[in-house]
Design a binder for this molecule. Structure first.
Ligand code: ATP
Ligand code: MG
Length: 600
């Protein structure tokens, strides 16, 4: 019999788990063999002598910072590998020489580590405790990829096409029309090898030729109509420098990367579904030639994560950064992992969100509100509490001196750091004659259902005394500049007999004497459009996505740590920013409000 607790911890089932479990049951990968002479492949197996383990990979192209969509893929691959006792590789898919930069490699490495998968990367019994053991660069396989291409040429499975890009496009056909053969398709393997080497040796201009697979120009799948494998591109690569002037195409490189690393399950998003026949064709051919082991890795597709009001395209996010619409890749409004982190999101919140969003075969949009809900659900049980006044107006307790023995006397107040975790301890602060309160906590005339400050009403200063409001002062423009109240004696919260006075209103405050001034940044959705990415990017932007206020916060926040979110009572979840403001004051970012208020 299973107890309810077992059910709670049971992992939700998904179709990828079934695939893995079936492979493990059948022992499909327990003996991998090379068909021909295992020269190259054995050399490239990179010490991965444990074929029974499942191996996944997360293969980002280092051409931008990782975003929330990547978090889904990272979470999926690393968690599945962990769950089934396997390994997950972080592989930089750096086969394109043009757009890749070291900054992105570092940022990606950092984001994966932050999500908590560094230990998993290192967790290989063959290499105990070795950090970075499973970090790979596709560009390290360029030599092998070149030899694999020569093998295909020699076997009559690839040819050098010297048509122009235009001609190749025009003769590919479309959904209704089969493609037509290139005039270069019938070249002999010897001729092709000669021309391919000429490509490699820089004897041809950029774009003058491509290496194409020879498959089927009439295939109903356009990806099988002799796809390009190599192109000529004179560009300096961040890893291989100027060694190569030809570079493999992604569709050719990716399956080879998987095979060389002995990946068992290659998970990707649905847009690659039509590439799967080529993935299998290529690895089947290379396995026949003994260049890669059998069975080779298999590709499985799942629906990409789409979140409303969020863009998940590195190219578009780069546009926002480069055109200055946001303040860098780690702007807290950005859906990048660097931005979410600075905003106050935690790895646990993101993982919970990924888990809740499910792993399916059909796409859809997840509501942004569920991202915030995951944050609140993870932080509510653990985040320390603090009081902060975001739109401050001064409250003066006019009889303070009289009752407390002097206008300068300060009273000690204390509150639990967390209401349900006494073991987390208490926070201490002062109460004095002048305190900061929220402007919206005072009304001249009581609105219906309003139980905070209005003349004649009693409220409790949370964790402090009960006061009775006597009035407010406005300036010539009608702006509230001060609120007055009188202390009701012997009503301090937590002291015996205090609860003799029942009040309906309980307001947050900080004492003028010990409050810290801080800049608080409140964020809204970066995109007003619910499903951005289809129209003109800039038209979809929410121009009011950042509101900055000068706030007063309780003194315990002097100890706030970067990356450790705090609940500001009534206001939501905040985190200390990594950078102070221009006046050197602390800056707190709001990760999310206490509840969803978008559109209200
Ligand atoms: P982008 O369009 O942002 O550049 P990409 O897919 O081209 O995204 P890659 O660096 O190639 O970016 O992605 C690495 C991995 O992350 C791939 O396996 C890809 O399928 C996955 N991935 C990217 N975006 C999402 C998403 N929104 N949901 C789930 N997985 C994603
Ligand atoms: Mg890409």
């Amino acid at each position: 019999m299973t107890s309810p607790a077992d059910n709670d911890t049971a992992k939700p089932s998904n179709f990828l788990r079934h695939v893995i479990e079936n492979d493990l049951e059948q022992g499909n990968y327990s003996t991998r063999k090379w068909g021909g002479s295992p020269g190259d492949a054995a050399h490239h197996a990179q010490g991965m002598q444990d074929p029974a383990r499942v191996r996944m990979r997360f293969p980002p192209e280092p051409n931008g910072y990782l975003h929330i969509g990547h978090a889904k893929s990272i979470w999926l691959n690393f968690e599945l590998a962990k769950e089934y006792g396997g390994v997950c590789h972080l592989r930089f898919d750096d086969t394109n020489p043009e757009k890749e930069e070291q900054e992105y490699v570092d940022a990606i490495r950092d984001a994966v580590k932050w999500l908590g998968y560094d230990a998993v990367l290192a967790d290989d019994p063959a290499h105990p405790g070795a950090p970075n053991e499973h970090v790979y660069f596709a560009s390290n396989y360029f030599d092998f990829m070149y030899r694999a291409a020569e093998y295909l040429v020699g076997a009559g499975l690839a040819y050098v096409d010297e048509q122009s890009a235009e001609e190749i496009r025009a003769t590919r056909g479309d959904f209704n029309t089969p493609g037509t053969d290139s005039p270069f398709r019938a070249r002999t393997p010897e001729e092709n090898l000669d021309r391919f080497r000429a490509m490699r040796d820089g004897q041809l201009e950029d774009g003058a030729a491509v290496l194409r697979a020879r498959i089927d120009m009439a295939s109903p799948n356009i990806n099988m109509r002799d796809p390009a494998l190599y192109r000529i591109r004179r560009a300096t690569h961040h890893n291989t420098g100027d060694k190569w002037c030809i570079y493999p195409m992604y569709t050719f490189a990716h399956p080879i990367e998987d095979a060389l690393e002995q990946i068992t399950h290659s998970f990707c998003t649905l847009e690659f579904e039509d590439q799967r026949p080529f993935y299998d064709w290529l690895l089947d051919r290379l396995a026949e030639g003994g260049l890669v082991a059998s069975p080779h890795p298999r590709q499985y597709e799942f629906a990409r994560l789409n979140v409303t009001h969020v863009i998940t395209s590195k190219r578009k996010l780069r546009q926002l950064v480069e055109e200055g619409h946001v303040d860098g890749w780690d702007d807290p409004r950005m859906p990048t992992l660097a931005g979410l982190r600075r905003r106050g999101y935690t790895p646990d919140a993101l993982k919970l969100f990924c888990e809740r969003s499910g792993v399916t075969k059909s796409g859809g949009w997840i509501d942004y509100a569920s991202l915030e809900a995951a944050l609140r659900d993870t932080l509510d049980p653990i985040a320390p509490r603090a009081m902060a006044v975001l739109d401050p107006v001064k409250l003066v307790i006019t009889n303070w001196g009289e009752l407390m023995g002097g206008d300068d006397v300060l009273d000690d107040c204390t509150a639990p750091i967390h209401p349900h975790h006494p073991e987390m301890g208490r926070r201490n602060f002062k109460l004095g004659r002048e305190v900061w309160i929220e402007r919206t906590d005072y009304e001249e005339v009581q609105p219906k259902g309003f139980f905070r400050l209005f003349p004649g009403n009693k409220v409790r200063l949370k964790y402090g005394h009960v006061i009775e409001c006597t009035g407010g002062t406005k300036d010539a423009d009608g702006n509230l500049i001060e609120v007055q109240a009188r202390l009701v004696p012997d009503t301090k919260s937590g002291t015996p007999g205090a609860d003799a006075i029942k009040v309906k209103g309980n307001i947050s405050w900080v004492a003028a004497a010990d409050a810290l001034q801080a800049e608080v940044r409140l964020y809204e959705r970066l995109f007003a459009a619910p499903q951005p990415g289809n129209g003109e990017l800039l038209d979809e932007l929410n121009r009011e996505s950042l509101l900055t206020t000068m706030a007063y916060v309780e003194p315990s926040l002097a100890q706030a740590q970067e990356g450790a979110p705090i609940q500001f009572e009534r206001h939501g979840y905040f985190v200390l920013d990594s950078r102070a403001d221009s006046a050197g004051r602390r800056v707190f970012n709001r990760a999310a409000g206490m509840r969803d208020s978008w559109g209200k």
